[in-house]
Structures are given as structure tokens and as C-alpha cells.
Design a protein around this ligand. Structure first.
Ligand SMILES: Cc1cc2nc3c(=O)[nH]c(=O)nc-3n(C[C@H](O)[C@H](O)[C@H](O)COP(=O)(O)OP(=O)(O)OC[C@H]3O[C@@H](n4cnc5c(N)ncnc54)[C@H](O)[C@@H]3O)c2cc1C
Length: 323
């Protein structure tokens, strides 16, 4: 395909690869710029919302994802100190490591003719901007994310443990691996000398859950995290975290990245205006972003365990999916 007929995509993560696949489906082709030459481990809970099946199906890659034998999760358990709220998920959710997931999307996009160029780029008019989260918050108590993998008894639920100022998610991924991923403010991490093992000890329920597990990789850290919408130039198609970063506890970030990536790739390939695209994305994401920010505020104010019995997990789950 002639280079002039290709759309330009910055970022070869989930949103960027989804945009590449969508552009090919619209007969345009794409060039993805990303300084990373290959997929890598990332700080992520690796919990994929059930709707991801449809999203991957639309991109033509569900069979490849299914062939990775992802873990299935049938229920959610949310721990607020000693209080536990359990609920069945509307449909089974999927656990797949980012290394495997990013790899398969890169491969699928490449096999369909998308070019990968290992370069960092500045945005230009009409490009798909899928460069991920911004790091920021130079002042205040900055929030950091951390993650590792364990071997040992794997469950079939997504478990969230909310402690004083922090939360940690535990869920299975492929090959019997358990992902442990959380968020905490810098002040707390400094007090613990940045020992994530020490943080797991702060919650008796979490300590009990992780005690029989054996860590299989080093802890990874990312941050500082900045939530919500990002301001981007008006003439680009921003997708994934580059459009907005939703609280990780919702487990909706990757779904949003795939959906907005697909929409951005299609819009850029078919000559839609960036403004029409942006309005369509906002219609899908406004409610989940709002609900997540209200819940985050309630937990930060220490109201989590008070509100927990009154907020059914299924309800919170449904309200934080894209509309
Ligand atoms: C602690 C934590 C836990 C999470 N847990 C979950 C979860 O369990 N479930 C879930 O669904 N979501 C979760 N998320 C969110 C999820 O990880 C993101 O929503 C998802 O990775 C967004 O994909 P993306 O493609 O937008 O960005 P990314 O995956 O970050 O990809 C961006 C890419 O852009 C490249 N790039 C950056 N700048 C440039 C440039 N100038 N030029 C070219 N390339 C560039 C980068 O190298 C990178 O490869 C979590 C996030 C965090 C922080």
C-alpha cells in the first residue's frame, strides 16, 4: 500500500493496534510509531471486562486471544477492611497478561499490513494519538501503580482489597498465574520504604490471600497517575488513555482503549472530522468517567466500608462500562 494512503498512529499499545486493525478494515492501512520495539510487561491488573470479546471480535482477533487460554472469572469480591461484598459478574471476565495481549495485537496488526516504526513522534494534524497516559502531578501526594505475578493457587474471581489510602486487585491470568496490582500514594509507599510486600501485609485479608503464593517476577511501578480527560489538539483523533484515564479499579481501561482505538482508526481512515469522533467517544465514556470519579472520592474520604453494603457490585460494574 502506498505510504500516502496510510494513516499515522502514534503509540503501538492497545488503542494504537486497534486503530491500525480498524484502518486496514477500512481499506486504508496504517503506520504505527512507537519507540518500543516489542510488547513488554506493563503495570496493569490484566482484568478484561466481558465486553472485550465483542470488541476483539469486531477487530477480527478474538480467536487469537482465545487461543492464549486466558483465565476466566465468574464473580467479584470487594474487601473493605473486614467487610466483604461478593457478586456474580453478568458474564465471565477474562484474565490475560499484557505481555501476551499486546504481543497478539501487534502481531495481528502487522500481519494485516500495518507498518511499525520504532520512533517517538510529536502529534500532527489528522493522526491517531494513542500515546497512553500522561504522567504528572508534580506536587501533592502523588499516586503510583505497582504490579507483579505470582504462582500458586489461582482463583476464579476478581478480588479487590481496599485499605486505608490504597487498593490492590488480585486476579488470575493465563497459565495459572495470579496478577497482583495496586495503587497507593507516595507518602504511604515512602513509609514502607517502597516495599510492596510490606503493603500487602497491611490488610489481614490480603495477607491471607497472598501468603500461599510465590512471586515469579520483579515488582513493576508506574506513575504518578493522573485521572480523567486529557486536553489534546483539536485536529487529532485521541484514543485510549490519551483520551482519558479511568480509575483502574473499574477494569474498563483496556476495553475503552480497544473501543476508542477502533473508532479512531475508522474515523481517521474514512475522513470523519475529529470533532464528530470526539463527541461520539464522549457519549460512550462520560458516565463511566463520572461514576468512577464519584466512587474514588467516596473511598478517599474513608466512606468505602460504610457505602459498600448499599452499592451492589454488579451495579457499580455496569455503571462503569462504556455506554
Ligand atoms: C495500576 C493500573 C492498573 C490497571 N488495571 C487495569 C485492569 O485491570 N483492566 C483494564 O482494563 N485496565 C487497567 N488499567 C488501564 C490500562 O492499562 C490502560 O487503560 C491501557 O493500557 C490503555 O492502553 P493505551 O493503548 O491507551 O496506552 P498504552 O498501553 O500505555 O500504550 C501507549 C503506547 O504509546 C507509546 N508512546 C508514548 N508516547 C509516544 C510518542 N510520542 N510517539 C510514539 N509512541 C508513543 C508507548 O511506548 C506505549 O507503547 C490499569 C492501569 C494502571 C495504571
Amino acid at each position: 500500500m502506498a505510504d500516502s494512503n496510510r494513516i499515522t498512529i502514534l503509540g503501538g499499545g492497545l488503542a494504537g493496534c486497534a486503530a491500525g486493525l480498524a484502518a486496514t478494515a477500512s481499506q486504508r492501512g496504517a503506520t504505527i510509531y512507537d519507540p518500543a520495539r516489542a510488547a513488554r510487561h506493563r503495570v496493569c491488573g490484566e482484568f478484561l471486562s466481558p465486553e472485550v470479546r465483542d470488541s476483539l471480535d469486531l477487530l477480527g482477533v478474538w480467536a487469537q486471544a482465545d487461543a492464549c487460554r486466558p483465565a476466566l472469572m465468574y464473580s467479584m469480591r470487594v474487601h473493605f477492611g473486614r467487610r466483604v461484598c461478593a457478586d456474580r459478574l453478568p458474564e465471565p471476565a477474562i484474565g490475560l497478561s499484557r505481555l501476551r495481549f499486546d504481543q497478539l495485537l501487534r502481531e495481528a496488526a502487522g500481519n494485516q499490513g500495518t507498518n511499525f516504526v520504532p520512533e517517538r513522534r510529536a502529534s500532527s494534524p489528522g493522526c491517531v494519538l494513542a500515546t497512553g497516559r500522561q504522567s504528572g502531578a508534580a506536587s501533592g501526594d502523588r499516586i503510583f501503580g505497582f504490579k507483579t505475578h505470582f504462582s500458586g493457587p489461582a482463583g476464579d474471581a476478581v478480588e479487590l482489597y481496599f485499605g486505608d489510602q490504597f487498593y490492590v486487585g488480585v486476579n488470575p491470568v493465563e497459565d495459572g498465574i495470579t496478577n497482583v496490582c495496586g495503587l497507593a500514594p507516595e507518602s504511604l509507599l515512602r513509609r514502607l520504604d517502597f516495599s510492596y510486600e510490606a503493603l500487602l501485609e497491611l490488610s489481614p485479608a490480603l495477607r491471607e490471600r497472598t501468603q500461599p503464593l510465590r512471586r515469579t517476577m520483579n515488582w513493576l511501578t508506574t506513575g504518578p497517575l493522573v485521572y480523567g480527560r486529557r486536553t489534546q489538539p483539536p485536529d487529532v483523533f485521541a484514543a485510549g488513555d490519551a483520551f482519558s484515564f479511568i480509575d483502574p479499579f473499574t477494569g474498563a481501561g483496556m476495553l475503552n482503549a480497544l473501543e476508542t482505538g477502533r473508532m479512531a482508526g475508522t474515523a481517521a481512515a474514512t475522513g470523519q472530522s475529529p470533532d464528530v469522533y470526539r463527541q461520539a467517544v464522549l457519549r460512550r465514556l462520560s458516565r463511566p468517567l463520572f461514576v468512577a470519579s464519584v466512587f474514588r472520592g467516596a473511598v478517599a474520604a474513608g466512606l468505602g466500608s460504610l457505602l459498600a453494603p448499599w452499592i451492589p457490585g454488579r451495579w457499580l460494574f455496569a455503571l462503569t462500562r462504556p455506554g
